[in-house]
Design a protein around this ligand. Structure first.
Ligand SMILES: [Zn+2]
Length: 137
């Protein structure tokens, strides 16, 4: 989990108003890997039992809007969150339903070059979201 001082620093650097609820939600997220909303709610309530579920959902939406976290939809339509905003892809195990991070600069370069060559009219590539679905042995 990221220390509170680092989270406050991050929020301030992005011009985000620091509230104890937002800090608690972001802090909980940083202690989890690709959690679903229920995981986040459980984790936040460990340290902040009085917080309402609606406030946690609102904070999650707010953090997504502010680009501090992102939503990840799994192949079987579960919604998870990712606080690691660095460029990476996901490997999804359809058996264990776990999401693993997968970093591959060569793949990113290949996709960007390929899409660049295709000259899709009026399209500018800004983000690549890729999920590889299969089974981990
Ligand atoms: Zn990830």
């Amino acid at each position: 989990m990221l220390p509170h001082t680092k989270i406050v620093e991050l929020f301030r650097s992005r011009g985000i108003k620091v509230t104890p609820q937002r800090v608690a939600v972001y802090s909980a997220l940083t202690g989890l890997k690709h959690p679903c909303p229920e995981d986040v709610i459980g984790k936040v309530k460990e340290t902040f039992p009085a917080i309402s579920t609606a406030t946690i959902y609102n904070s999650l939406d707010f953090l997504v809007q502010k680009n501090l976290i992102r939503k990840v939809n799994t192949a079987d339509n579960r919604m998870c969150f990712d606080w690691d905003m660095s460029e990476h892809y996901h490997i999804y195990c359809a058996d264990s339903r776990k999401i693993l991070d997968f970093r591959d600069e060569e793949l990113t370069r290949m996709i960007r070059e390929y899409i660049g060559k295709k000259c899709i009219s009026g399209f500018e590539l800004t983000d690549i979201q890729l999920q590889l679905v299969g089974y981990m042995k």
